[in-house]
Design a protein around this ligand. Structure first.
Ligand code: SAH
Ligand code: SF4
Ligand code: F3S
Length: 453
């Protein structure tokens, strides 16, 4: 039996997928009668939901674990859990490295946390990293927000990008059924949530694995069909989705996004490199020309769409001229936001074995040059908002200025404006933008009647 006074804490690293998993695991711990604490050093059950996308992400968790392991010697009933992608990658090896651990569980096991913890409370040390069919979610996630929510639509990834650990740690693609996704969204709508972000590592792959996926050779359950199917869920005013893979970002999907009014005009489509030979070595399956055509098509249907992406610099063998082509692409497309990273060799990935690795100095230098360009471009892109009226979904008080509230525009720009959070909470407010910064905006709220007239 679990004593009801036990407190738990979860620290989450990595992507939105991990954040969504953490919310579901927190929901399970709540149901088990534990209570949340913000302080990882007060908690009786500590869970690190980890990320291994780059080496620095992985190393972070070891330093936290070191401190908790020391604490466990003074407090033997402390339960120490490592979940997520490092857990999946390291498995048993993690127990040898940190023998104080009670539970090591891969991301596919997140929904089984109760079952696994019960085995721990019986005195076992448990490793759960085998590939499984992900259990349909039966617990209520403990969501960070009461206004915006993540909803998983597809787990895993079937791509084989040569630098990436995700297929190894998240397993093969598993789509949830349209009915389960819609039911979760209807529940969110009833509870007052206004915005849903549909999640998948490669969201356009949605549905390929569902039974009856094809009928007479045509896909029955594409992501485009799913968007149309969930678009009218009552109460949900905004729909977002991430992450899109250029290989699967079709004109049909783009047209559907343009037609469905609740779909926000913000698309996150990583390109990774602007050079075709580097893209080939990465096994991305498209050329920079194809990527540019996709963005052209998006802008043809939605001239003002916000575009963000991810890019890697210093991939093995990348020459200065090849890096220059990434700069060219960034210069030409002018992203609203770009997540940039220096290539990090990862265990078990093909590219890590190659002998044409670049030095840390070259990678750091390229990263700095790319970031400089990204900031300049984002500042230019921001200018278009000056004086415009943008619809902002109010999500919180400005933590730095309580006389202001904050939220996001359709295009996902963080926006501040004067107002009282208690009054404006979860409202969609038209805001006239008065100050633009590269990645955020400030404005004045308008009366709804004023814009209607
Ligand atoms: N599924 C998404 C991205 C998932 S990982 C896609 O295909 O685009 C998130 C980002 O981390 C990637 O887009 C990539 O830019 C970065 N990344 C992945 N592996 C990396 C590595 N080994 N080194 C540096 N960055 C990496
Ligand atoms: Fe990794 Fe490529 Fe899959 Fe994205 S598509 S998660 S980069 S393997
Ligand atoms: Fe990291 Fe795993 Fe996400 S490696 S980026 S937490 S899928």
């Amino acid at each position: 039996m679990v004593a009801s006074a036990r407190q738990y804490h979860i620290t989450t690293f990595g992507c939105q997928m991990n954040k969504a998993d953490s919310e579901r695991m927190a929901g399970i711990l709540d149901t088990m009668g534990l209570t949340w604490t913000d302080d990882p050093y007060q908690a009786d059950v500590v869970l690190y939901n980890t990320c291994t996308i780059r080496d620095n992400a992985e190393q972070k968790v070891y330093s936290y674990l070191g401190r908790q392991a020391i604490r466990k010697h003074e407090q033997p009933d402390l339960t120490l859990i490592v979940a997520g992608c490092v857990a999946q990658q390291e498995g048993e090896a993690l127990l040898r490295r940190v023998p104080e651990l009670d539970l090591v569980m891969g991301p596919q096991h997140a929904n089984r946390l109760q079952d696994l913890l019960e085995q721990v409370f019986e005195g076992n040390q448990v490793v759960a990293t085998d590939a499984v069919d992900i259990m349909e979610d039966i617990t209520k996630p403990r969501r960070d927000s009461t206004i915006t929510a993540w909803v998983n639509v597809i787990y895993g990834c079937n791509e084989r990008c040569t630098y990436c650990v995700v297929p190894g740690v998240r397993g093969v693609e598993q789509s949830r059924t349209p009915a389960a996704i819609r039911a979760e969204m209807e529940d969110l709508g009833r509870r007052g949530f206004k915005e849903v972000t549909l999640l998948g590592q490669n969201i356009d792959a949605y549905g390929r694995d569902l039974p009856g996926a094809t009928l007479e050779g045509r896909h029955q359950h594409t992501f485009t069909d799913l968007l149309t199917y969930v678009h009218d869920v009552p109460g949900i005013e905004r729909l977002r989705f991430a992450t899109s893979h250029p290989r699967y970002f079709t004109e049909r999907l783009i047209r559907t996004c343009a037609e469905l009014p609740k779909v926000c005009e913000h698309f996150h489509i990583p390109f990774q490199s602007g050079d075709n030979d580097v893209l080939k070595a990465m096994a991305r399956g498209y050329t920079h020309e194809k990527y540019r055509r996709i963005i052209d098509t998006v802008r043809r249907y939605m001239p003002d769409a916000a575009i963000s992406a991810d890019a890697i610099v210093g991939f093995p063998g990348e020459t200065e001229a090849q890096f220059q082509r990434t700069l060219d692409l960034v210069n030409d497309i002018a992203f609203d936001q770009l997540n940039t990273a220096a290539y990090s060799p990862r265990p078990g990935t093909p590219a890590a074995q190659w002998d044409n690795q670049l030095s840390e100095e070259v990678k750091a230098d390229r990263l700095q040059r790319l970031n400089h360009l990204v900031n300049t471009k984002a500042a230019e892109r921001s200018q278009r908002y000056q004086g415009r009226i943008e619809e902002v979904l109010v999500e919180a008080a400005n933590p730095k200025n309580p006389t202001q509230v904050m939220g996001r525009t359709q295009g996902n720009r963080l926006t501040f404006f004067p107002g009282d959070f208690a009054t404006l909470k979860r409202q969609l407010v038209p805001v006239k933008i008065t100050t633009v910064r590269p990645f955020s905006l400030t404005g004045e709220p308008l009366q709804v009647a004023a814009i209607a007239g």
